[in-house]
Design a protein around this ligand. Structure first.
Ligand code: IPE
Ligand code: IPE
Ligand code: MG
Length: 232
């Protein structure tokens, strides 16, 4: 499952605080959701932290987000590792990312690479379209003939190709759009759009979303109505 963590700016505006305060308050929600997902036995959790489009934001906001991601990683790295969480990142190719942050990201991936309990994928400097274009480039570089390109081998050229399709996406703050998030992997995802702003999102909201998901009847284009699969 995945979360589009939206509403930090509005959370701050409601309190007459700078947007940076909303981003800082988001950390508590991130930790609560990771804990809740871990407790629920979710095996694959993806969090959308920064999009390729977020580079359009004012420099000071971007700088603050970079600083905050680094601080959060450093603060929680050992706890994530102790819980058996494997951490991965989607994106992180942009030269504007501070080298110190890139190093911390690499260290965290290395530290947690053999963990088995849950995989946490942080979509950071991520764009779904960019991933698809990169996969196409990779196929061409490998000289795969056009007639041999299938959905399965195309998906094999996406970053972290062992990541399963997303079953459930939670987008907070009431916004109802994809915003270029894991376009390939969300093709058949269920979506829920709680009104709560991300910094206020807690385990109880997470459980409500899971309950809503369990009541969905996924058809995958068919006419039969199978029960929903386990979350993951
Ligand atoms: C989500 O909150 C955080 C990021 C996109 C990095 P926003 O900053 O988009 O908050 P709103 O949408 O302005 O309230
Ligand atoms: C999507 O939120 C990206 C993240 C949550 C990281 P945005 O707030 O950037 O999306 P738009 O601009 O409302 O589509
Ligand atoms: Mg937003």
């Amino acid at each position: 499952m995945a979360c589009v963590m939206d509403g930090n700016g509005r959370w701050a505006a409601q309190r007459s605080l700078p947007r940076s305060a909303g981003h800082q308050a988001a950390e508590a929600a991130v930790i609560d959701v990771i804990e809740a997902a871990h407790a629920a036995g979710v095996q694959w959790l993806s969090l959308y932290a920064f999009s390729t489009e977020n580079w359009r934001r004012p420099c000071d906001e971007v700088d603050h987000l970079m600083w905050l991601v680094r601080r959060t990683l450093r603060k929680h790295a050992l706890a994530l590792h102790a819980r058996g969480i494997r951490c991965r990142f989607l994106g992180v190719g942009d030269p504007r990312i501070p080298p110190t942050l890139t190093r911390d990201i690499t260290d965290l991936m290395e530290l947690t690479r053999d963990n088995k309990r849950m995989t946490l994928t942080v979509a950071f400097d991520h764009g779904g379209r960019r991933d698809i274009v990169e996969a196409a480039r990779s196929l061409i570089r490998d000289r795969v003939p056009a007639e041999d390109v299938t959905e399965a081998n195309f998906a094999g050229h996406l970053p972290h190709p062992d990541t399963p399709d997303v079953d459930l996406v939670i987008r907070t703050s009431g916004e109802q759009r994809i915003s270029n998030f894991m376009l390939w992997q969300v093709a058949y995802a269920e979506w829920v759009f709680p009104e709560v702003l991300w910094p206020d999102f807690r385990a109880a909201h997470f459980w409500e979303c899971l309950t809503a998901y369990r009541q969905r009847r996924r058809r995958f284009g068919d006419v039969t109505v199978p029960a929903t699969t386990d979350e993951g």
